[in-house]
Design a protein around this ligand. Structure first.
Ligand SMILES: Cc1cc2nc3c(=O)[nH]c(=O)nc-3n(C[C@H](O)[C@H](O)[C@H](O)COP(=O)(O)OP(=O)(O)OC[C@H]3O[C@@H](n4cnc5c(N)ncnc54)[C@H](O)[C@@H]3O)c2cc1C
Length: 205
């Protein structure tokens, strides 16, 4: 960090963001994929401490056989934990469980000065809040402590419903909030008039 290029430094995790947020034209890029250790796990509290370059495929492989799963993930398992924090990612259970940041207890962050600080909701609060969804602009997340949840088994019950129009979509989503853990609506954006908002709803438990 101290020897950084004048055009700056940005951190690159799994490279799965939709735009070029992890690229620094003319500057330097820190790759985190070799920061890939799961450092500790408490099976009573579900607390995990891992390096920021661990991705969700690594987490599945390690924790699902032990009966745990991360509460929030993107629709690809190649996202890193650091990238998940930096974009405060959401899943299809957002209405029930919130975003990834809701399950993070603390981070270790390397600032532009090279200093490493621990930040949480109680300690260095401003840094924590600015870094959660801060797209890497406050420094490089080195380690993350977050909670995984106990799951009954490594399978999901999925069903699909045909949706007639926008009212049907909204009403069916509302009703499903009490019966399902995951809700995902696909809307046919070309449908007009009475069919506007038609689509398919995927429901999961
Ligand atoms: C197929 C697909 C499906 C997706 N589905 C969802 C979804 O359902 N929900 C959702 O919310 N998002 C989704 N995304 C987007 C993705 O989850 C986010 O963009 C996520 O941040 C990517 O993480 P990454 O590790 O690949 O980070 P990168 O793409 O490498 O970087 C993304 C940003 O995070 C910063 N960053 C990365 N690592 C660190 C670090 N260690 N310290 C500080 N900053 C860091 C980078 O500087 C950059 O600004 C999806 C993307 C794809 C390609």
């Amino acid at each position: 960090m101290r020897g950084a290029h004048a055009k700056g430094v940005i951190t690159y995790g799994g490279g799965r963001c939709y735009g070029d947020a992890a690229l620094d034209d003319g500057g330097q890029t820190i790759l985190t994929r070799n920061l890939n250790r799961i450092l500790s796990f408490d099976s009573v509290t579900g607390q995990v401490v891992c390096d920021a370059g661990v991705d969700f495929a690594d987490l599945l492989e390690r924790f699902l056989p032990e009966g745990f799963c991360f509460p929030v993930s993107a629709a690809t398992a190649s996202v890193t934990v650091g990238g998940a924090f930096a974009n405060d990612i959401h899943s299809k259970n957002h209405f029930a469980i919130g975003s990834f940041g809701h399950h993070v207890l603390w981070i270790d962050l390397m600032l532009a000065s090279g200093e490493v600080v621990r930040a949480s909701r109680d300690e260095n609060t401003d840094i924590f809040r600015a870094s959660l969804g801060g797209i890497g602009l406050t420094g490089t997340v080195l380690r993350v402590c977050f909670r995984v949840l106990r799951v009954p088994f490594g399978a999901a019950d999925a069903s699909y419903q045909r949706i007639a129009d926008l009212d049907d979509m909204i009403n069916t989503i509302d009703a499903a909030r009490t019966t399902h853990d995951f809700i995902f609506g696909w809307v046919d954006a070309m449908a007009r008039d009475g069919k506007m908002g038609r689509g398919i709803l995927e429901l999961g438990r």
